[in-house]
Design a protein around this ligand. Structure first.
Ligand SMILES: Nc1ncnc2c1ncn2[C@@H]1O[C@H](COP(=O)(O)OP(=O)(O)OP(=O)(O)O)[C@@H](O)[C@H]1O
Length: 238
């Protein structure tokens, strides 16, 4: 059986009395898996629960890179080799692009070699903004920097919350292909994504969420861009 690097069992999460995730069960091996669903179905709540961020309050089991992480603080989870691209990006206004990358660069568990210069090869326009501060860059550049900041940690597992938001279509393609390549290098990539093209390009398979539950999982050979599936779970056609 495939070794699961992200292994989630019976995950529940709530904000006060409101339950946002109900008994989620899924796994991600050395592959790229997309989580898709309409606005408000619980995708960001899931990413936050995996990363130990509160709110929400979460219960169940979350194993990342073989370790139970539920209850651990976010910095401990990150140090296990878990990269995270949060929605909202959470950059520092007083740090430059270069500094964001330098402060996060480290050797990771899989021997990949993401450095600041490789990030700038992926995102040449970000390379031209190296000295700009976190509050001086555009929405697209913020997304690029958040992705770059996660990549230079050389993670064994990478969780991305709508990483392509705000990016030009050509850059979306570059990001999607890089995520696919990363998964081929042995990284478990969990891609929360509303951009169907990016998800289809990057991911090997997908889970669809609705009202805090996983309601559909693509099976072998099933296309993620199947019109009926997308219509039913996302309300879109491609
Ligand atoms: N801090 C919070 N306090 C209370 N309820 C929240 C909070 N954050 C999210 N929720 C609720 O939890 C549910 C799931 O929200 P979540 O942001 O996880 O969805 P999402 O699928 O990521 O949506 P989007 O794509 O719009 O970001 C929604 O009903 C939302 O209103």
């Amino acid at each position: 059986m495939t070794e699961m690097i992200i292994d989630v069992e019976n995950l529940k999460a709530h904000y006060g009395l409101g339950q946002a995730l109900q008994n989620l069960n899924f796994g991600v091996g050395k592959e790229c898996v997309a989580i898709m669903g309409r606005n408000g179905v619980g995708k960001t709540t899931l990413a936050r629960a995996l990363m130990g961020l509160a709110p929400p309050q979460a219960s169940g089991s979350v194993k990342l890179l073989g370790q139970q992480v539920l209850g651990l603080p976010p910095h401990r989870i990150a140090h296990l080799g878990v990269g995270y691209v949060p929605q909202g990006r959470r950059l520092f206004p007083s740090l430059s692009v270069d500094e964001h990358l330098q402060l996060n660069a480290r050797k990771g568990p899989t021997g990949q070699q993401w450095s600041a210069s490789r990030v700038f090869e992926l995102f040449p326009s970000l390379g031209q903004r190296r000295r700009a501060y976190g509050d001086q860059i555009s929405g697209g550049e913020r997304s690029m920097l958040a992705i770059g900041r996660a990549l230079v940690t050389n993670p064994g597992c990478l969780i991305l919350d709508e990483p392509t938001e705000g990016l030009a279509p050509a850059v979306v393609e570059d990001v999607a292909l890089s995520l696919k390549e990363l998964s081929r290098e042995g990284v478990a990539v969990l891609l929360i994504e509303q951009n169907v093209k990016a998800a289809v390009m990057a991911a090997d398979r997908a889970y669809f969420m609705s009202e805090g539950k996983i309601v559909h999982e693509t099976v072998d050979g099933e296309s993620m861009s199947d019109e009926a599936t997308l219509g039913r779970y996302l309300g879109v056609s491609v």
